[in-house]
Design a protein around this ligand. Structure first.
Ligand code: SF4
Length: 382
């Protein structure tokens, strides 16, 4: 039986639904928490029966959403105890929890620490009020600053800050100022995402936003390159397309996923992977709960990955990381040979300044990161 390295728990409730968000989310109503927690606990227990006798404490646990910080501290403790009882949490495990600025009070952050959370991810997005308003966020710049200060004073040494760039109708300078704030605050980890118009979101249906995004699309590329250069000069490592960290502060949950490891996701819409089988859960809250009431796994889709598909995913995930693709290791792991045509493409990318070799590892430069999807498609096995 496969070892599970990481667990993910999805908490779908949000104070308001942001117009750009495509996650499985639900307006927050405290009355919905108990039935959801019960369903989540049932799913956690149901999956655990598959690992009896072959269980090893997990090394990373992540509470994401949605907004996990809509939960009361007692509920967080209840979930942590339940997971520890069913899987075991390794002594050195990273236990991460997403907090939105409006919930980041000193008392709540201290409570999370006492409960056993040792990494916070703060959904700041920006410290500029115009950007936050354009993104339809529930907090303003004053609340954001207060939340960051509360986090820095809370005793949590390991934390991430999320920033979003490319908001409509906002000056490029606002993002540069956000980066300057981060350089002064020095969070151990930063995740930077460019605004994307995801199908089904309010932004994607808004003609004005669509038109603005079409006109200003190229500026996201320049913001991406600016951030990479600026943060690298500040001592951050641009270790994955969207992620930066100070030395040794990589997000462990992410590393498990990006290395093609085994992880289980619990909750609405959560994704899992185990030894080449991948699945995701029902996104609809009621359907998810109803299936668990009948003790049925709430799986909406499951796929057995072919050897070739796994090898291609290996290329895609590795090229998104600064360490790049270790070609001999890729050949050993997936049983394919790196072809001459792939080497020719790699050499062309090197000449164009989009890739470089680090021994036998092919890694993308920031210019290459911008085209990671396109480059992956070129290098994939046909
Ligand atoms: S708070 Fe986060 S998860 Fe919730 S709607 Fe906004 S972006 Fe989506």
């Amino acid at each position: 039986m496969a070892t599970i390295e990481a667990l993910y728990c999805h908490l779908p409730f949000c104070h308001t639904i942001c117009p750009f968000c495509a996650f499985a989310v639900h307006g927050n109503r405290p009355a919905l928490h108990r039935p959801y927690l019960d369903a989540l606990k049932r799913e956690i227990a149901l999956r655990a029966t598959e690992y009896e006798g072959a269980r090893q404490p997990i090394e990373a646990l992540y509470f994401g959403g949605g907004t996990p910080s809509t939960l009361a501290l007692e509920a967080v403790q209840e979930l942590l105890d339940w997971i520890a009882a069913h899987y075991g949490i390794g002594q050195a495990a990273e236990v991460a929890f997403e907090v939105n600025p409006e919930d980041a009070t000193p008392a709540y952050l201290r409570g999370l620490k006492s409960a056993g959370i040792n990494r916070i991810s703060l959904g700041l997005q920006s410290l500029d009020s115009a950007t936050l308003a354009a993104l339809g966020r529930n907090h303003d710049a004053v609340q954001g600053r207060r939340a960051l200060e509360a986090l820095r004073g809370s005793g949590h040494e390991n934390y991430n800050v999320d920033l979003l760039y490319g908001a409509p109708s906002v000056s490029e300078r606002a993002f540069e100022e956000d980066l300057e704030h981060m350089a002064a605050a020095r969070p151990p980890h930063l995740s930077l995402y460019g605004l994307d118009l995801e199908e089904g979101t309010l932004f994607a249906r808004n003609g004005t936003v669509r038109e603005w995004m079409a006109r200003h699309g190229p500026r996201q590329a320049s913001q991406f390159l600016y951030a990479s250069e600026f943060l690298t000069a500040q001592g951050y490592r641009h270790y994955e397309v969207s992620n930066y960290c100070l030395p040794g502060r990589e997000g462990r949950q992410n590393l498990v996923v990006w290395r093609g490891g085994n992880y289980l996701g619990f909750g609405t819409g959560a994704h899992s992977h185990r030894d080449g089988t991948r699945w995701h859960n029902e996104r609809h809250l009621r359907i998810y709960q109803r299936r668990l009431e009948k003790d049925e796994p709430p799986v909406a889709y499951q796929e057995e990955l072919s050897g070739q598909k796994m090898a291609n995913e290996g290329i895609m995930l590795a090229l998104r990381q600064a360490d790049g693709l270790d070609i001999p290791q890729w050949e050993r792991r997936y049983g394919f040979s790196w072809a001459e045509g792939q080497s020719e493409i790699a050499e062309r990318l090197r000449q164009e300044g989009k890739a470089h070799w680090n021994g036998a590892q092919l890694a993308l430069t920031p210019q290459g990161f911008l085209l990671a999807d396109e480059i992956t498609t070129q290098l994939m096995l046909a």
